[in-house]
Ligand binder design. Structure first.
Ligand code: UD1
Length: 313
């Protein structure tokens, strides 16, 4: 049995990681400041975890949190492109300064490995598809810049201090517990909850933009593999975590119509600043080094997610 620290355990991805680790008999400690995380996400597992309400910007709290920990899964962030465009300083503090704090604390506590929630947004709007890890990053939004800067810090801590770090570039992770309520929420959480309430979802832009939407179980699996892969395969490296297939927003809307029986049409709004047009991952590096392959495809993931919101709403 190993001890894991999850930063951002109140978030959709952090709380999913916690559930999965608990079901495998692992020990879970978690921190969250509930700036974007939610109490409801951890309420059910609250008694099974060592939970500390803390901000990753609080270095002392991070030192405490890392004590006796084997693996850190660093998920805490302000995860929004448009929010970062409005507040680049806040994005940088949470997404860069926070990461450096976590790394310092993990280094000092002699943690075995830190796995980081990096982002596909680092690639930006490069025309080349699929995106692979050897491409030169081209971040557009402050959020993307911050996520990329933290990736570099991950690599730096491996090179300078020998702390084993792995960055997982998530491609549009979705699934149960993703918060649909903020204007910055992920598109699938927003579309699904709107359509189940018989409300009209809004497409920003022409709806031809595409994403490699990735069901949460695939991201959880990638984190577990990233902890356990031999250091020679994983440490100091960056990996895409995705499915290797892209769908447009219009296609996605139609698939959701079939699942939810929503009869209306989407509304259209202006394209978002900082948005990118197409996103598709090459997942062969993660397959080669981590043994990663997607466990749940897009259709199945959509079905499961709609089922979950149906029950939760
Ligand atoms: C981006 C990042 C992703 C990051 C996420 C955090 C890329 C490729 N991905 O995702 O790594 O984790 O931000 O927020 O840059 N949309 C609508 N209607 C809505 C909401 C969104 O049409 O109600 C559109 C957006 O304009 C965008 C697409 O749906 O074109 C996906 O948006 P969203 O779910 O917010 O994620 P990304 O911005 O792609």
């Amino acid at each position: 049995m190993a001890r894991y620290l999850i930063t951002g355990i109140g978030g959709f991805i952090g709380s999913s990681l916690a559930r999965s680790l608990l079901s495998r008999g692992e020990q879970v400690r978690g921190v969250d400041n509930f700036s974007t995380g939610r109490h409801e996400n951890v309420a059910e597992i609250r008694t099974q975890i060592d939970f500390r309400e803390a901000d990753i910007l609080d270095l002392d709290a991070m030192h405490d949190a890392c004590r006796g920990v084997d693996y850190v899964l660093h998920q805490a962030a302000i995860p929004s492109v448009p929010k970062s465009v409005l507040d680049p300083l806040g994005s940088n503090q949470a997404n860069v300064d926070g990461t450096v704090n976590v790394l310092i604390a993990a280094r000092d506590a002699k943690v075995k490995r830190v796995v980081y929630a990096a982002s596909s947004s680092a690639y930006g709007d490069t025309p080349t598809l699929p995106k692979h890890e050897e491409m030169t990053p081209n971040p557009i939004s402050p959020y993307a810049v911050a996520k990329l800067a933290s990736e570099h810090y991950m690599i730096s801590f491996f090179r300078c201090y020998g702390l084993e770090t792995v960055s997982l570039r998530y491609f549009n992770i979705f699934g149960p517990r993703q918060d649909p309520s903020s204007p910055y929420s992920g598109v699938l959480a927003k579309f699904i909850t709107a359509m189940l309430r018989n409300e009209q979802p809004t497409i920003y832009g022409d709806g031809e933009q595409s994403r490699d939407f990735t069901y949460i179980d695939n991201a959880v699996e990638a984190n577990l593999l990233a902890c356990k892969a031999p250091a020679g395969e994983a440490a100091g490296k960056v990996f895409n975590v995705a499915t290797g297939r892209r769908v447009t927003l219009i296609e996605t809307f139609k698939m959701l119509q079939a699942i939810t029986a929503y009869k209306g049409q989407p509304a259209y709004g202006p394209e978002r600043s900082g948005d990118i047009k197409h996103s598709l991952a090459d997942i062969s590096k993660a397959a080669r080094h981590l043994g990663y392959k997607p466990l749940v495809n897009f259709e199945e993931g959509l079905q499961r997610t709609v089922e979950w919101y149906r029950k939760a709403m």
